[in-house]
Design a protein around this ligand. Structure first.
Ligand SMILES: [Zn+2]
Length: 83
């Protein structure tokens, strides 16, 4: 459960992520090209621990991705595989 896409908070009380992937050089999980602003931050819920995870994608990519595909991408990121 850790890969280049995922940032996380270890605790709900944290105001800054324990791990925050840099935008520059991290690939967008939708198109796999390097991220560039504007980006969206997507939180992953219900992963089953006190940690909360998030990843980023190009805003345009994410907005154009159908819900079913978003779900598939989220699951593959949780599973630690490349989308
Ligand atoms: Zn993209």
């Amino acid at each position: 459960m850790s890969n280049q896409f995922l940032g996380y908070f270890s605790d709900a009380s944290q105001t800054k992520p324990e791990f925050d992937p840099v935008i520059e050089g991290t690939p967008c999980p939708v198109c796999l090209r390097p991220l560039a602003r504007p980006v969206v931050t997507v939180s992953l819920m219900g992963v089953g621990s006190s940690k909360s995870y998030f990843f980023r994608a190009h805003k345009a990519c994410w907005n154009e991705t159908p819900d079913a595909e978003k779900e598939r991408i989220e699951h593959s990121i949780i599973d630690g595989t490349t989308p």
